[in-house]
Design a protein around this ligand. Structure first.
Ligand SMILES: Nc1ncnc2c1ncn2[C@@H]1O[C@H](COP(=O)(O)OP(=O)(O)OP(=O)(O)O)[C@@H](O)[C@H]1O
Length: 230
């Protein structure tokens, strides 16, 4: 579904990402881990054509994401709050997305209904601007927005950060449910427990390069533990 070919990002003399080859299959729950500055966000931004590669390409269903816009209808993402419209309330924002995606009122209500527990009565009908919500609640708006319109693939950067423990667990259940319905997830996180629990594959980046590509569910916890305890 997503193929990486000799992808390089360089700022002045610093190469911050260098991935020769990587393929993410449809339906995969793909975890991305690595220490601060490893290149996780840069990698996601390049997949979304928010940052242009210095070399190489990201292909979505065989087409370079820089050269075609069709993939945008199939890919949802929440990387950070800059992707939201902070001057709207969540209700206004979701209504805007409903129109963009050509959904009916019932489609939107059905979508938001899946997030009732996750929202914990803090998001909808509050007449509060997104910019005035707490960090965790802003994240919840972004995650629900990323999943609108039945995307085939969803990228989430640090989705567990700022969420309370109950919400973290609810998010894991939401991801697993959507994943069982065939949605491909790419999730970057510093929370090794959460990613090992929900992901069936974890790639470990170190200084922009793939250090490990773990696909064995039984071994990934131990492998990551060993790496991050050195
Ligand atoms: N616009 C830019 N100009 C120069 N360097 C940049 C730019 N954007 C990112 N970098 C550098 O690229 C490297 C990778 O950063 P990135 O944000 O992708 O890492 P990360 O793995 O997401 O880190 P973290 O876990 O801290 O969020 C860092 O050294 C960062 O300083």
């Amino acid at each position: 579904m997503i193929r990486i070919e000799n992808l390089i990002k360089q700022y002045k003399t610093a190469v911050v990402l260098n991935i020769s080859s990587l393929e993410i299959q449809q339906g995969e729950c793909f975890g991305l881990v690595g220490n601060n500055g490893a290149g996780k966000t840069t990698f996601f931004r390049m997949i979304l054509d928010l940052v242009r590669p210095t070399g190489g390409a990201v292909l979505y269903e065989g087409t370079n994401v820089c050269e075609n816009e069709d993939w945008k209808r199939e890919v949802g993402a929440f990387l950070d709050e800059h992707m939201l419209l902070g001057y709207l309330t969540p209700d206004e924002y979701f209504e805007t997305l409903r129109k963009v995606y050509g959904l009916s009122d019932a489609d939107l209500a059905n979508h938001l209904g899946k997030f009732t527990d996750f929202f914990n009565d803090e998001i909808l009908d509050k007449k509060k601007y997104i910019r005035d919500l707490s960090k965790g609640n802003i994240k919840k708006v972004g995650i629900a927005a990323a999943l609108i319109g039945q995307p085939k693939a969803v990228l989430l950067d640090e989705p567990f950060e700022n969420l309370d423990p109950t919400s973290q667990n609810r998010l894991k259940r939401l991801v697993l449910e959507e994943s069982q319905n065939g949605v491909t997830f790419l999730i970057s996180s510093h929370d090794l427990n959460h990613v090992t629990e929900i992901c069936d594959r974890i790639v470990l980046l170190e200084k922009g390069e793939v250090k490990k590509d773990l696909k064995d569910k039984l071994e990934m916890g131990q492998e990551l533990d060993t790496y991050f305890n050195h």
